[in-house]
Design a protein around this ligand. Structure first.
Ligand SMILES: [Zn+2]
Length: 447
């Protein structure tokens, strides 16, 4: 999920208390919320596997690889629409809002309050937000870090999709109206990589591109502190990456390096080869590979291309077993397919974005399935992001962290209630999901 600019002219949000009003009656399995678990989970400091915090620079130009500003009005699920009641509780918790609804007058007053808090906190504002949400470390998925995000509370996850597209993407971009907007952005990012490497133009051969551009870029990202690299490539093409011989990819590269537009069939050979190469290099450099895996966002997004099963050849490649893959956003409705992929020893899942879009009960139902099978593979995430004026990453982080805690409490209480787990083990799993699994996966060295 990336920055979404939603025009907001008028709010009419009825009071809604986000605090847990779950009655303890779960479908098909009667189990009350376990108060001891709820209390413990409310105090666990989170490692947030995926989010988009902003710097304190109002322009914040390094936030996003594919900003959606140009896509027009995008269909969004009800919980994140401007009129959704969920925003009220976040404003109460973060900024002491006391009114019943976020109408135009309330929003005007709140914008003054938020501006005052930002001014008071200065560079500490992003860390202050984490404190309010009980988040110890947030992974910032951004093109560049910046003021306010330069302390150890924030770890960098860089986008690397641009490396997959060194040739003209004119034919690729013609596939959907969204891709027509996105591909030129990727071309600009690739140019920026070249500039950073002091390269004037694309190298003549694939071998030179790998050695002079791809590997040095990944090495530089690692050196700059990245813990992972991110592919949001499902916005640009299907996740059906197939193992391709070097010679096949090199032929396509050499033919079009000087100009011309490859067909989709030809380009795919090169993209597929590059994806495997980057994944292999990520393993060598100890960078986890994050993959956007969700049937959105965008009115022309191709949901079928996000099926996690499409990645099975990648996950089953013995050469890539040293690379850790994290499927972001729990796959959304592809959770069944995600469960199948969690059998792979190097595949993990995070619940970011679901903590924004789904109710605690909806998320708990999926979490329970993941946790009954592979509790050591599940990571907490918010996907905190600025949704538009008045709906910043700060309120988004609060909603997602609160929803995630509630969902985990519901899932684990049900598992304890039905004697699937002891309370002691449930608490261990809560700590694993909220911080321990990430601590192990990324070697964060947290206590
Ligand atoms: Zn995201």
């Amino acid at each position: 999920m990336r920055k979404l600019l939603i025009p907001i002219f008028f709010f009419c949000i009825a009071f809604f208390n986000l605090s847990c009003n779950h009655t303890g009656q779960a479908a098909g399995d009667v189990s009350a919320i376990d108060p001891e678990l709820a209390d413990s989970i409310s105090r666990i400091r989170i490692v947030d596997n995926h989010a988009h915090p902003n710097t304190i620079d109002p322009a914040d130009s390094g936030a996003d690889a594919l900003p959606m500003d140009g896509l027009g009005a995008i269909a969004l699920p009800a919980r994140v629409r401007p009129e959704s009641a969920t925003w009220v509780s976040a404003y109460k918790a973060l900024y002491g809002f006391t009114g019943p609804e976020l109408d135009e007058k309330a929003m005007k007053e709140l914008s003054g309050t938020v501006a005052r808090v930002k001014k008071e906190k200065g560079e500490q504002f992003p860390s202050w937000v984490l404190d309010q949400c009980g988040i110890e470390v947030m992974f910032a998925n951004r093109m560049a870090m910046g003021p306010g995000l330069s302390n150890a509370r924030f770890r960098w996850v860089m986008y690397d999709d641009a490396l997959l597209f060194p040739l003209s993407t004119q034919a690729e971009a013609a596939a959907t109206p969204d891709r027509k907007i996105f591909y030129p952005m990727e071309a600009q990012h690739l140019k920026d990589y070249f500039t950073a490497l002091k390269l004037a133009k694309i190298p003549a051969t694939l071998d030179a591109y790998l050695k002079q551009v791809v590997s040095p870029t990944l090495e530089a990202q690692k050196k700059a502190g990245c813990v992972a690299i991110k592919f949001e490539v499902a916005y640009l093409r299907s996740l059906d990456f197939e193992k391709t011989a070097y010679d096949q990819a090199a032929k396509v590269y050499a033919r079009y390096a000087d100009g011309g537009t490859p067909s989709h069939t030809d380009y795919k050979l090169l993209e597929d080869y590059l994806f495997y190469y980057i994944a292999l290099e990520a393993g060598r450099l100890n960078l986890a590979v994050h993959i956007h895996d969700f049937p959105g966002v965008g009115n022309y997004y191709v949901a079928a291309g996000s099926d996690p099963l499409l990645l099975e050849p990648v996950f089953n490649d013995p050469e890539l077993r040293n690379t850790k893959f994290v499927l972001l956003h729990g796959g959304g409705p592809f959770s069944e397919q995600i469960k199948a992929m969690l059998w792979k020893p190097n595949v993990y899942v995070d619940i970011s974005l679901l903590t924004q879009l789904w109710t605690p009960d909806q998320l708990a139902a999926v979490l329970r399935q993941y946790l009954s099978q592979f509790p050591e593979k599940v990571l907490f995430g918010t996907d905190a992001v600025a949704f538009g004026p008045g709906l910043g990453w700060d309120v988004s982080a609060w909603i997602a962290s609160t929803t995630g805690r509630k969902a985990l409490t519901i899932a684990l209480s049900q598992m304890v209630g039905s004697n699937d787990l002891s309370r002691k083990r449930a608490l261990e799993i809560a700590r694993m999901v909220m911080r321990g699994n990430a601590n192990n996966l990324y070697h964060l060295g947290l206590k």
